[in-house]
Design a protein around this ligand. Structure first.
Ligand code: UDP
Ligand code: MG
Length: 321
């Protein structure tokens, strides 16, 4: 059986449509399937829509969060509640074309364990979204500087999107990871397995709007860098080393001045150095502090999400597996 996981946040208009479209395609191909909607604490009628759709269609299941925990958690919840031999994760706004699921499924039948969806074209995006492609941090990072960082963390992020099919074994491997700040896109490449990719064109969103505000993109970005790389710390160290070299040169110059009897001038330099070093130290502390905050979060071991309701034939209160 194939499980299709669909995180949904304020998507009331898309639920029925997504279930219908995906169901239609899979039934035509005679693929046994189930659909799992994860309502990520929506404020509109998304959950009512899921319950309604579940009554009409036995393939549909639903999990509801007690509040908005974010897309990462929603995807994890979907994986934890999926009962299929392979699981597809995709957006429920149908920006990931459902026809591609069939292509992925066929590749899985050929023995591939992870099938990644790779964006051929990116569809319509805001300027910030486009720009974000150049930074190593954001959901859509696949250009320029980003590739560099991909190399640094030794995972090819340019190929990773949130649209992918995973075999049971890969899903179990992913779920076995205890970390709270999971970054699905990177983790699913990190686990390895026999991987291939299919290209797809990002469709235009039909109804509703993108859930990512500029602020949430930046927050998502920072938390992803920190959860997957220690590059910012390296940056602090490099700045420190450069500062030290500068200090040695300036130190020698100062000593030379002292012994040749010109030591009184240079008050401007002193002020500048105090200011520059002070701000560098504070920045460094900030970066370290951010990592410590993340460690604290992990150490507290809070659950990734809290489930308040479940519907569906296959749903038990406990996690499926
Ligand atoms: N989503 C979610 N929780 C959130 C934000 C988004 O589950 O806090 C879901 C959303 O319902 C959609 C998917 O993640 O199914 C992608 O979101 P969106 O279409 O807003 O992002 P974009 O396509 O603009 O990157
Ligand atoms: Mg979208």
């Amino acid at each position: 059986m194939l499980s299709v996981v669909l995180p949904a946040y304020n998507e009331e208009k898309m639920i029925q449509k997504a279930a219908g479209t995906i169901g239609g395609i899979l039934q035509k191909e005679a693929i046994d399937y189930e659909i799992i909607f994860v309502d990520d604490g929506s404020k509109d009628g998304t959950w009512q829509q899921i319950e309604q759709t579940q009554k009409e269609d036995q393939h549909v299941n639903g999990v509801r969060f007690s509040r908005n925990f974010g897309k990462e958690s929603a995807m994890m919840a979907g994986l934890e509640n999926a009962g299929g031999d392979c699981v597809v994760v995709m957006d429920c706004d149908l920006q990931h074309p459902p026809e591609t699921i069939v292509e992925m499924y066929r590749l899985w039948q050929q023995g591939y364990e992870v099938v990644e969806g790779v964006k051929r074209t990116r569809g319509k995006e805001s300027v910030f979204h486009k720009l974000s492609g150049y930074f190593p941090i954001t959901p859509d990072c696949n250009r320029g500087f980003c590739q560099l960082i991909s190399k640094a963390v030794k995972i090819d992020m340019s190929r990773a999107s949130d649209f992918k099919l995973m075999d049971r074994r890969a899903v179990e491997a992913l779920l076995a990871m205890p970390e709270r700040n999971a970054f699905f896109r990177a983790l699913s490449s990190w686990i390895g397995f026999r991987t291939t990719s299919v290209e797809f064109d990002v469709q235009e969103r039909e109804i509703g709007e993108s859930k990512w505000s500029t602020k949430s993109l930046i927050r998502y970005a920072i938390s992803n860098i920190v959860s997957f790389s220690s590059a910012p710390m390296t940056l602090v160290t490099i700045t420190g080393i450069l500062g030290f070299l500068f200090a040695v040169i300036l130190g020698i110059q100062t000593l030379v001045n002292y012994f040749s009897g010109h030591a009184v001038e240079g008050f401007t330099t002193v002020i500048l150095i105090i200011l520059i070093m002070g701000s560098l130290i504070l920045m460094g502390l900030g970066v370290i502090g951010y990592y410590i905050a993340k460690i604290y979060e992990e150490v507290k071991c809070r659950p990734r999400y809290i489930v308040s309701r479940k519907v569906g034939a296959g749903m038990t209160w406990e996690k499926r597996r």
